[in-house]
Design a protein around this ligand. Structure first.
Ligand code: FES
Length: 56
């Protein structure tokens, strides 16, 4: 599903970024462009990334 509508970033892309080596929400943000426009997706995107980091 799309988490970030502005930049068309999916939850899969966020998890993939963690699999590819991102170690923080800020890094995932840089890698995917997620939450770089309106910012409304930040809360949900960050929780998906935190969960992926814990599972990693
Ligand atoms: Fe992600 Fe707007 S929905 S920046």
């Amino acid at each position: 599903m799309f988490v970030c509508l502005c930049r068309k970033v999916t939850d899969h892309q966020l998890r993939d970024a963690v699999s590819e080596g991102a170690r923080s929400w800020q890094e995932v943000r840089r890698m995917t462009g997620c939450s770089s426009q309106c910012g409304k997706c930040a809360c949900m995107a960050e929780s998906i990334v935190e969960e992926a980091l814990l599972a990693h």
